[in-house]
Design a binder for this molecule. Sequence first.
Ligand code: M6R
Length: 608
Amino acid sequence: MCGIIGIVTGKPVATGLISSLKLLEYRGYDSAGIATLQNGTVWRERAAGKLSNLEKKIRVNGLGDGGIGIGHTRWATHGAPNETNAHPHIIGDVVIVHNGIIENYQELRGELLKNGAKISSDTDTEVIGHLIQNQLKINDNVETAIQAAIGMLRGAFALAIMIKGNEELLIGARKGCPLAVGIGDVEGHYIGSDALALSPFSRQIVYLEEGDFVFATKNTFKVYNESGELVEREINIIEQQSAVMDKGNHKHYMAKEFFEQPDVISHTLANYIDMDTNQINIDSKLDITKFNRIIMVSCGTAYYAAMVGKYWLEKTTHMSVEVDVASEFRYRNPPLNEKCLFIVVSQSGETADSLAALRLAKEKGCTTVAVVNVPTSTMSREADFILPTSAGTEVCVASTKAFICQITVLAALSIGFGKSLNILSADDASKMTMDLASLPRLINDSFSVEKEIIKLAHNIAKVEHVLFLGRHTSFPIAMEGALKLKEITYIHAEGYAAGELKHGPIALIDEKMPLIIIAPDNDTYEKTRSNIEEIAARGGDIMVFTTQKRAEEIRALGLKAIALPDSSDFLSPFVYTIPVQLLAYHTAVHMGTDVDQPRNLAKSVTVE
Ligand code: M6R
């Protein structure tokens, strides 16, 4: 999940490398580094921590005027996140950056050490550099040497490489991790982890395929496949990236992004609702009547979105809907066949486990659908059907607007499928569609609780543990609330199904244990209300998120409640997402943690 950029233009590349790394920092921010080549000399700067640390060093030391260079933002896999382990690594003539994990690295490292190699970092990347350097000694041809060295690797990788003495040549290779080639709008060639990284320079993008190598100069580029054959890969024209990488008048990207939710829901709905007829529009080739089972797979926040989708899809399709985290799904040998509709949900479209699950489902004959935010991502390219979430670029590591757009798509899909299967009448489908169309306004109204949430956040900032409870679609929202809070405040939080409380977690309850209870006024409200009373009887510190009417009842019991706008049961997971996002955000702001780039995390998890 590191970010890679390489540039060969023959003109000074250092500034371009930094601009691109800024766009790649979402992939990791443990350390960053850049190297350029100029007249046989490597100029390299590396710094632990965020890119801003590297920029400071470059301002002082410079990076030369080299016309070729590579850069890297790191999310540590092998070795601590310090400067020694930061990329680029220099091994003899080889300068290299890497994303991924080399599985046979211990074996290769042992062999190299036995043969006298001096290895100075703890990374698997340095081992690759040594293998290339050794091959360069026995092969005059650089292309052959690179292919031979990379042929020894097992695992997942994307690489960018420069060779001292070959200042014209930028080399890339990929297997298991994405890598794209950009043809410069003005001049030169570029390689990068994604189209976003290449967006300042290039609209024409070639996505390398599994096992591909690229050898690029200022004027040409050649792609070889895994068998060493010269191949042509399609050139994709990418629209101007809508990545407006600024915070507007917000202090953090997270705030900017969750306040964008009414807008991005509108954009997403525009893909699925015909506003003139109130009909849901789903690609007619995605024919639900051909399937007898739906499987949804994803990770983290996207997994909770899929869990919300399960409640809706089971109701409108009467099919068995299974939801699993991708890292479990892919290793449990799930029974799959062509009667299964497989849906992967992902913001980035690059998450390694989700992508592997998608590939497994395809291999086993399932029809595959990707609910995905990045249209140029690997999942967007590989799934049979794409259901876009039009959330725009999400910069904050903690996902907010992408989540709400994911559930928007799943809500539209549930209506569309229910109608195709005649489980929803035309009238019911149209009413649900109108309800869905009212979402942007409803979400806007839900922000009215912000002041009360700020007060609550100041209390939550003082505690060490928080429990979130909910039933039905509020259960995944409780888990999402807990994930958001732990992600950006480092407070331990768990989400539970309210009915599960007395099966164990109730033992945790005392006056020091805050409980956030998500209780919209729906069919399960009375059951949740009983749970609230059970907790109150044991002295738990309760805060209930509910409707105005129910909030008054709760307050009459001497308990605390925050009132959210009334909505249909169908739309309640959208409404109740807002206070849990606000709570995590304001708690983090009060505590002074790094809201947009929390410790140890990365936006896109492209390693298993
Ligand atoms: O890009 P994806 O949606 O596939 O990412 C999945 C998770 O890594 C992601 O949702 C993660 O849990 C977020 N940091 C949550 O805020």
